[in-house]
Design a binder for this molecule. Structure first.
Ligand code: F6R
Length: 614
């Protein structure tokens, strides 16, 4: 949510790296963008509403190539509006001290109104409606010759979350950055230091990075970084090497990141599974969980917490934990969980699921669970993310960077990790070695099964074309496929703006069936697993109301197919693996629907990838 980049060098112009960095972070927000460039003489600020491409056009028009080389320090921002409309005035960077100081911010300053009133009483004049401008003015009031100390003093007055980068004409060559609750990574290269909200904006410069911790403030120079606490105590932060390279964050010949990420899934699942199946004892090896069988066996209840797509994975997790390990499990929407004073304690296991590892509500739920003495684990994709670090134990997805705003490959990897967790749990409770070995075999075969779904791409595109004019759709699933129905509907809503609802197959007739008619397609998940016959009954109810039915059907299952107007074929799997192959089919369906409707697939309106506000 909002992307920040900072660049500091002695010899290289900051302009290109900042704009390129913003392009990489555009998935975090894209309603306006801006850059502040510093030379020995001045700071120049350029802002535009709309996408980074607009900002780039402005820079090309107003900053000739020969002038750019003098600006070797700069900060930049791409915005997802929280306070104030997405206008040029509200776009970052915000300036203070008569334009001498510039600041970019990701997060929310909760006490900004009180701070603003105090500053106004002292004569500060504000031009925007943002909380960020308040922070910029506050830092300027503390500047007595040491920028780092001014930032620290200002931040001590702030309630809320922030990832910030600040430059000032009074402190040439220096950038100060800080974080609390919003991610910030520093890449240390040979000729430059680059700061960003996530590593995708850094890897084209260097793979050597430092992840700041909450409460850190750092002085960034072209030669490197010094990190302190807000009380000015130096702290050391380990340099780490990023696993993937710049190529992983490119479209690789696909028209959209979303399509690339859908097609990557055989590979991403292989990476998720690699080295984690024990085909001798029929269990899984999840070292990061750090829970010996004795601890696993003593867990009385699990809660699996997430938002959006990750919540849907959590809901699948409930079926897996209960059916494979007899462990009572409840999926929890993170914001609801954190504010309901949850009953959770030392015999409970809280599992937080988050692709980004930065979602504010999920992080708060993790803290709540830790505070109440529960055992806490995380399932994250982004290595070193806040949730991964605070949970302390967990399992990484290893799915590589997910750039498309609509989550795809993260979902299938999340479900696969939950499946491997269920296998491990199950083996400490009730699964026999033989059952465990069968499950290992199935999990190991998932990448190829997903590959088979991808071969259906053209057929799925043709079916999507038939329904591309629909304005309402229903997705029906039963049992373990119900969360997948929700996920299919979410994908359609997000990227094609078609109103789509996921329902338990049996629930439709308790009200929503009133909406069905010939213009309301129903996507029914009819995989050949227990419960299918009942769902076929629900399909008949839909057809009796003239609703056209697209069935997701197991290959060769003519019995299910004959009840549908159109059929998307998926390979045969057990119930435990059915959500994975089915989700991939629905991702393709949603993708083609959006493409045919001419929607902006990778950056849908109003959305942002990483939701770091409550
Ligand atoms: C949907 C989507 C969102 C995220 C949600 C949680 O396609 O991407 O619903 O799943 O914002 O994000 P993470 O998993 O990063 O916590």
């Amino acid at each position: 949510m909002c992307g920040i980049v900072g660049f500091s060098s002695r010899s290289v112009s900051a302009c290109g790296p900042l704009v390129n960095g913003l392009r990489r972070l555009e998935y975090r927000g894209y309603d306006s963008a801006g850059v502040a460039l510093a030379s020995e003489r001045d700071i120049r600020v350029f802002k535009r509403t709309g996408k980074v491409a607009e900002l780039d056009r402005l820079l090309n028009a107003e900053l000739p190539e020969n002038e750019r080389s003098t600006y070797t320090l700069g900060i930049a921002h791409t915005r997802w509006a929280t306070h104030g409309l997405p206008t040029e005035v509200n776009a970052h960077p915000h300036v203070a001290d008569g334009g001498n100081l510039a600041l970019v911010h990701n997060g929310i300053i909760e006490n900004y109104a009180a701070l603003r009133a105090k500053l106004e009483a002292r004569g500060c004049v504000f031009v925007s409606q943002t909380d960020t401008e308040v922070l910029a003015q506050l830092v300027a009031t503390f500047d007595r010759g040491d920028l780092l100390s001014a930032v620290s003093q200002a931040l001590k007055q702030v309630e809320g979350t922030y990832g910030i980068a600040v430059i000032s004409r009074r402190h040439p060559g220096e950038m100060v950055v800080a974080r609390k609750g919003s991610p910030l990574v520093i890449g240390v290269g040979e000729n430059a230091t680059i700061v960003a909200s996530d590593v995708s904006a850094i890897v084209s410069h260097t793979r050597q990075v430092i992840y700041l911790k909450d409460g850190d403030v750092a002085r960034v120079l072209p030669e490197g970084v010094d990190v302190f606490t807000l009380d000015n105590v130096p702290v050391s932060r380990e340099m780490q090497e990023v696993e993937w390279d710049a190529g992983a964050a490119e479209k690789g010949g696909f028209e959209h990141f979303m399509l690339k990420e859908i097609f990557e899934q055989p590979e991403t699942l292989r990476n998720t599974i690699r080295g984690r199946l024990d085909r001798v004892d029929g269990t899984s090896v999840l070292a990061g969980l750090n829970l010996p069988p004795r601890d696993l066996a003593s867990i009385r209840r699990a809660v699996i917490i997430g938002c959006g797509t990750s919540l849907h994975a959590a809901m699948v997790g409930k079926y897996l934990f209960e059916s494979l390990a007899d462990l009572p499990t409840s999926p929890e929407q993170a914001a609801e969980f954190r504010y309901c004073n949850p009953i959770i304690g030392p015999s409970d296991w809280a599992v937080a699921v988050s692709q980004s590892g930065e979602t504010a509500d999920t992080l708060a739920a993790v803290r709540e669970s830790i505070g109440k003495g529960a055992l806490v684990s995380a399932i994250c994709n982004v290595v070193g993310s806040t949730i991964a670090r605070e949970a302390g134990r967990g399992v990484y997805l290893h799915a590589g960077p997910e750039i498309s705003v609509a989550s795809t490959k993260a979902f299938t990897s999340q479900v696969t990790v939950l499946l491997m967790m269920a296998l491990k749990l199950g083996r400490t409770r009730r699964l026999s070695r033989e059952e465990g070995l069968r499950l290992c075999e199935e999990i190991g075969g998932l990448p190829d099964k997903v590959g088979e779904v991808l071969k259906e791409n053209d057929r799925i595109a043709a079916i999507a074309a038939k329904y591309a004019e629909a304005e309402d759709m229903f997705f029906l699933g039963r049992g373990i496929l119900y969360p997948t129905a929700l996920e299919g509907a979410l994908k359609v809503k997000e990227i094609s703006y078609v109103h789509a609802e996921g329902y338990q197959a049996a629930e439709l007739k308790h009200g929503p069936i009133a909406l069905l008619g010939e213009h309301t397609p129903v996507v029914a998940l009819l995989n050949d697993i227990p419960g299918k016959e009942k769902t076929i009954g629900n399909v008949q109810e839909c057809r009796a109301r003239r609703a056209p039915v697209v069935g997701v059907v197991t290959a060769g299952d003519d019995d299910a197919a004959r009840h549908c107007n159109d059929v998307i074929v998926v390979p045969r799997t057990s119930a435990a693996c059915a959500p994975i192959v089915t989700a991939v089919a629905l991702q393709l369906f949603a993708y083609h629907l959006a493409r045919i409707r001419g929607c902006e697939i990778d950056q849908p309106r109003n959305l942002a990838k990483s939701v770091t506000v409550e």
